[in-house]
Design a protein around this ligand. Sequence first.
Ligand SMILES: [Zn+2]
Length: 240
Amino acid sequence: MSIVLFILGLIIGSFLNVCIYRIPEGISVVNPRSFCPYCRRQLSWLDNIPVVSYLLLRGRCRYCGEKISIQYPLVELLTGIIFLLFYVKFGVSVKFILFVTISSLLIIAFFIDLKYMLLPDVVIIPSIILSAIYGGIYGFPHNFITAGIFTLIFYLLRVIFKGGLGVGDIELIFIFSLMLGLYGTLLVVIVSSLIGTIYGLYLIKKGRAGMKTKIPFGPFLIGAFILISSLNIPIFYLPH
Ligand SMILES: [Zn+2]
């Protein structure tokens, strides 16, 4: 079963790549079929096998020879691993389905936020709906109370510090609260702030950013959420 779900994760990851590339460009995610972003030639199924095609083609397009971004096999591999980790943690269950679906949507959000500094509604709104279903089944009413409190705190922080936190970041906190409850969400906030600060300091030290440079916070929140919710570590398992 693990191997089946890992391969399913790889295939879903391949579709996530399509979404990451096409959603900001406003192209349909199902039509046309996969094409090379440089020469626009349509790709056959042989060039579309997750990870394997990238390795066989040595990271270059079969037709024009342009380099294919390492992001493609990485997203596929990452999604496969996430499917595996959630399977180990939850087995095949409703929890598994909701966590892998929301994580997949958030992987799309991660890369789009990184590149364009925005969290698209097409992935955030379904995530909110699914997390509300999760919270309704497994965390009612405490996860909803947590969500209310966290949203209010982050909204106030946004008003006080004018900017910094985007509306999308607050939506993410809302989703995480519904999924993880108080304890898990606190962990996500702490871990993402820590990593975000270290990354910011690193950029400043390298001279690639100043105190005023804007860095999207969404990817850090999403990274911390997926890390904390998928790992099978008892400390991350405590009460919802
Ligand atoms: Zn090409």
